[in-house]
Design a protein around this ligand. Structure first.
Ligand code: AMP
Ligand code: FE
Ligand code: FE
Ligand code: ZN
Length: 283
């Protein structure tokens, strides 16, 4: 039995709907899938239904944009309470910032005489957590760029005219929020962030796991983080980080996490839920 614990849909920067993603997951024979769209929980309800219909276990999740010592890093939250008012409020604030960033990017495009409207981007994104890929797609659809790559290269990459930095919360705050909603906090793709020195501080802040297995981790990288997870007594997770057709070919199926890690994840979530229940004061 295997799981893929890192997947994106059209509710952030992926291209698959929850139903399409679930049907690919079923085709690869997964026992469990987690949805980890960036800074949102919007797709979880539909993904839960789609997994159930396909006979797979669903693990509600999100991937929060965070930073530690100036490095951007991503914190995965698993088995969170998707109705937790505090989590929803913080995520709502995050999404408002993302939407303002789109307006700012469009204003900068307009300054260099690229006539795109923010409303066009929002209509195309059709989700609460829009980002640069949606701006890129809108530029292509409007005939203002001939490809997504061109859109990034000419306008959206760092130091290009429409680049706007992204809001990040502190890693400690992301971990706290996840714990507050009874979830488990895991550092995503540590091999892509080269921020090993940030890991002890995050363990101190309550980090529960490391995503050792990831499409872009070599065998040596996976082994390095497995050793680190062992040393810091952290859970081990893994996933494909599939974005559908967004970055070339779909990645679902490239990482198959043995189910025993899901069992451990669920045991840790039970602990975190018990702690969250004692933390919550009536308000
Ligand atoms: P954002 O989070 O809004 O800064 O956007 C980051 C996303 O942009 C990543 O998840 C990628 O999917 C996408 N992206 C970054 N660079 C490129 C590129 N050159 N071509 C296509 N997509 C890209
Ligand atoms: Fe992404
Ligand atoms: Fe990520
Ligand atoms: Zn991701």
């Amino acid at each position: 039995m295997f799981a893929d614990l890192h997947l994106h849909t059209c509710f952030s920067d992926g291209t698959y709907t929850p139903e399409e993603l679930a049907s690919h997951g079923r085709r690869y024979g997964f026992a469990a899938l987690a949805l980890t769209d960036h800074d949102t929980l919007e797709g979880c309800a539909r993904m839960g239904g789609a997994c159930e219909a396909a006979g797979m276990e669903f693990i509600a999740g999100t991937e929060l944009t965070a930073e530690q010592d100036g490095n951007e890093l991503h914190i995965l939250g698993y088995l969170i309470d998707t109705q937790d008012p505090k989590l929803l409020e913080e995520i709502g604030r995050f999404q408002a910032v993302r939407q303002n960033r789109i307006r700012e990017m469009v204003a900068r495009l307009n300054q260099v005489h690229v006539p795109l409207k923010a409303e066009t981007v929002f209509a195309l994104a059709n989700c609460r957590s829009p980002g640069r890929p949606h701006v890129a797609r809108a530029l292509v659809q409007a005939g203002l760029c001939s490809s997504l790559d061109e859109a990034f290269e000419r306008f959206l990459k760092k130091n290009r005219p429409a680049w706007v930095p992204k809001f990040k919360m502190s890693a400690a705050k992301a971990i706290d929020l996840i714990h507050h909603s009874g979830g488990v906090a895991v550092m995503a793709h540590p091999g892509l962030n080269r921020a090993d020195e940030a890991i002890p501080g995050m363990v101190e802040a309550g980090l529960d796991g490391l995503e050792c297995f990831h499409t872009k981790h070599s065998t040596a990288t996976a082994e390095h983080y497995l050793e680190m997870a062992d040393r810091f007594h952290l859970l081990v997770t893994g996933g494909s980080d599939c974005h559908g057709m967004n970055k070339g070919k779909p990645l679902i199926g490239t990482v198959k996490l043995p189910y025993e890690h899901v069992t451990r994840l669920k045991a840790k979530a039970a602990e975190r839920k018990a702690e969250a229940a004692t933390m919550h004061s009536p308000s």
